[in-house]
Design a protein around this ligand. Structure first.
Ligand SMILES: Cc1cc2nc3c(=O)[nH]c(=O)nc-3n(C[C@H](O)[C@H](O)[C@H](O)COP(=O)(O)OP(=O)(O)OC[C@H]3O[C@@H](n4cnc5c(N)ncnc54)[C@H](O)[C@@H]3O)c2cc1C
Length: 594
């Protein structure tokens, strides 16, 4: 099995030359995050995640987290110690707000650190991912008292956070949830209900766990409008801010699942003891859905990141295997000796496909994260609004496109291994199993496509999409000076016309009230959009690499251009193949008989 080594040249290049770290580091409050300092930080982070966290990926899969007889969860061997090191070394809090004891690094840098954690060990990394979301929700919507009592513990990583939406009858339709919250005289609430599928719902890594729970107050209206958010600690915090009495909630069972075995997926019952679990309102009553979206948007980008991470890990594993596995003579080249399979054109195609998609997805992930920084710290209201709109548009694409492609890359990784990929020894199968959850949780990819079509395409009457299309076209113009990029340029230009055509078509269907047809094409439209964004960003990368920026070796830059060209000339053309599916309308689906 190949261990994980972050490709720091690729990460640094993408951060600096595609995603605009330089511009982010000039924003108010981020001046300490200049590209050079960030480079040093990422060097250290890479060492930590490859040496301390990555070696636990396999054992996490084999042992899994288990529910013990006393109703608490035991994590796999080595996790507790590694988590302690993660907290002590400051990686847990590096990009958290300084006000609460964090390192204050920009979100875009935090995303790279989290990407490394997820590439090293996706199941383990889910605990901090949800904790970061909880910090954001409390910071934005919590009362001063909630903030001062809880945020520092989450920021430092001393405690973890979870997100509790799902119930047996409320999955994609969160509005159907039934958990009840009854107000008490002291202003707190008592919660009664059962949540399922709660990631890291219990663990032995930290002294306390803070559950952010969606529930309904007795007089609340039905649907999402009637939902409120509560903070429900595993141990009720005493007057000194320490974990005290055990709250009335318990883990009933852990799910047995395809992958991410180290991540305990819990069924949790609140109020089983009869008293009700003590909870504190976050924000106002009936604003829970809006507040949870604060968590979910960051979490959706965080899940999209899992597609990048698992794709990278599967690629590194497949590359290592292809260099060592000797099989077959090169056909047509006259060689008599068997060669490592990396010499065969079809294996090279698989590897280059993996690499090109990973680099395209990483570019999209970092660009989206950079917009997150501009949204909060942009210098002008206009720039902040642009970032806000761009982030809104790109979030469902990052979530769904990257995770769908991540599964496909993990599958190609198995294929590169032949039979050794299908058996468990090499680890390639684990990546495929782990990857499969990402298109499902945090809003299935089908729901992301609905979000893109119904809420994001209509933003500003279509002007948000139109502006992005114009920006992408500017790159086509800049490519004109480079003969090497002529075919890529042509393909990008055609793909942009295709995306403009389908975007207009979807807008027209919505205006005509033909929602069914717009939704019938939603998933292929999202796939088309992601594929074109990848082309745009790798074209940008190729142009930057051709400029020969300092600090990168010539072979790396040449390879960057070659990979971008492969994407632009051979993968990008598939985007327009989706146009008929986007514009197919609802009729054929409605006529189908099952
Ligand atoms: C390992 C794991 C970890 C999880 N972690 C958490 C967690 O920490 N916290 C939490 O609250 N939840 C968590 N979940 C729950 C997860 O978010 C849900 O499984 C997910 O939202 C889908 O809900 P569902 O499983 O009920 O599927 P359903 O909602 O029943 O969906 C089934 C299928 O129908 C489609 N579908 C449903 N409604 C629509 C629609 N309106 N339009 C188009 N298609 C639709 C879906 O896309 C999907 O393909 C986790 C789940 C798993 C498996």
């Amino acid at each position: 099995m190949t261990e994980y080594q972050p490709r720091l040249d690729e990460i640094t290049f993408t951060l600096n030359h595609v995603a605009g770290l330089d511009a982010v580091s000039k924003l108010n409050g981020y001046q300490h995050a200049d590209p050079e300092t960030v480079g040093t930080i990422l060097d250290e982070a890479g060492r930590f995640f490859s040496e301390v966290i990555a070696p636990l990926n396999r054992i996490g899969d084999q042992q899994g987290s288990v529910l013990t007889a006393d109703g608490t969860v035991k994590t796999p061997d080595g996790f507790k110690d590694a988590y302690r090191k993660y907290v002590e070394s400051g990686w847990a809090s590096a990009h958290m707000p300084e006000q609460w004891g964090g390192g204050g690094l920009p979100y875009i840098v935090g995303v790279v650190i989290q990407e490394m954690f997820k590439t090293a060990n996706m199941a383990f990394a889910l605990a901090p991912t949800l904790t970061h979301g909880a910090v954001e929700a409390l910071e934005r919507h919590g009362s001063d008292q909630l903030k001062t009592t809880y945020i520092e513990k989450l920021v430092s990583g001393e405690w973890t956070g979870t997100m509790n939406l799902t119930e047996p009858e409320a999955g994609s339709d969160v509005g159907a949830l039934r958990t009840k919250a009854i107000k008490q005289d002291d202003g707190s609430y008592r919660l009664f209900g059962t949540k399922i599928f709660i990631t890291w719902g219990d663990q032995d890594l930290t002294e306390n766990i803070l559950h952010l729970v969606l529930a309904r107050t007795p007089e609340a209206p039905p649907g999402t409008r009637g939902i409120s958010m509560f903070l429900v600690p595993k141990f009720i915090v005493d007057g000194n801010g320490d974990p005290g009495e055990r709250n009335d909630l318990k883990v009933l069972s852990l799910e047995h699942k395809l992958g991410i075995h180290a991540s305990p997926t819990c069924v949790i019952s609140f109020g089983d003891g009869g008293e009700g679990a003590v909870g504190y309102l976050v924000g106002d009553e009936q604003e829970g859905m809006r507040n949870m979206f604060t968590m979910m948007n960051a979490a959706r980008v965080g899940v999209g990141m899992e597609g990048v991470a698992i794709g990278e890990r599967a690629y590194q594993q497949a590359l290592g295997f292809a260099r060592e596995r000797v099989q077959g003579r090169p056909i047509g080249a006259g060689g008599k000796e068997s060669v490592p399979i990396i010499e065969h054109p079809d294996v090279r195609r698989m590897l280059l496909t993996m690499k090109a998609y990973v680099e395209a997805m990483r570019s999209l992930l970092y660009v989206t994260a950079g917009e997150g920084d501009h949204m909060f710290h942009g210098e002008t209201e206009e720039r902040r609004q642009l970032a806000c709109d761009r982030l809104a548009l790109l979030t469902p694409i990052v979530k769904a496109w990257c995770t769908d492609v991540g599964v496909e890359l993990a599958s190609i990784g198995v294929q590169v291994h032949g039979g050794m990929g299908y058996v468990e020894e090499t680890g390639a199968a684990q990546y495929l199993r782990d990857s499969r959850i990402a298109p499902i949780y945090e809003g299935t990819n089908g729901i992301q496509a609905v979000d893109l079509v119904l809420r994001k395409v209509p933003l500003e009457n279509g002007a948000v999409v139109a502006r992005l299309l114009r920006e992408m076209t500017e790159v086509v113009d800049r490519m004109a000076d480079h003969d090497d990029l002529a075919l890529f340029r042509e393909e990008l230009s055609v793909a942009l016309q295709g995306l403009a055509e389908t975007s207009t078509w979807i807008g027209e269907r919505l205006t005509a009230g033909d929602i069914a047809s717009a939704l019938a094409g939603a998933s292929p439209y999202l796939r088309q959009f992601g594929t074109v964004l990848g082309g745009w960003l790798l074209a940008t990368a190729a142009l930057e690499a051709l400029n020969g920026p300092s600090g990168f070796d010539q072979d790396f830059l040449k390879e960057k251009v070659n990979t971008a060209r492969f994407y632009g000339e051979q993968l990008l053309p598939m985007a327009n193949g989706l146009v008929p599916a986007v514009k197919g309308g609802a009729g054929v689906l409605e006529r189908a008989q099952f």
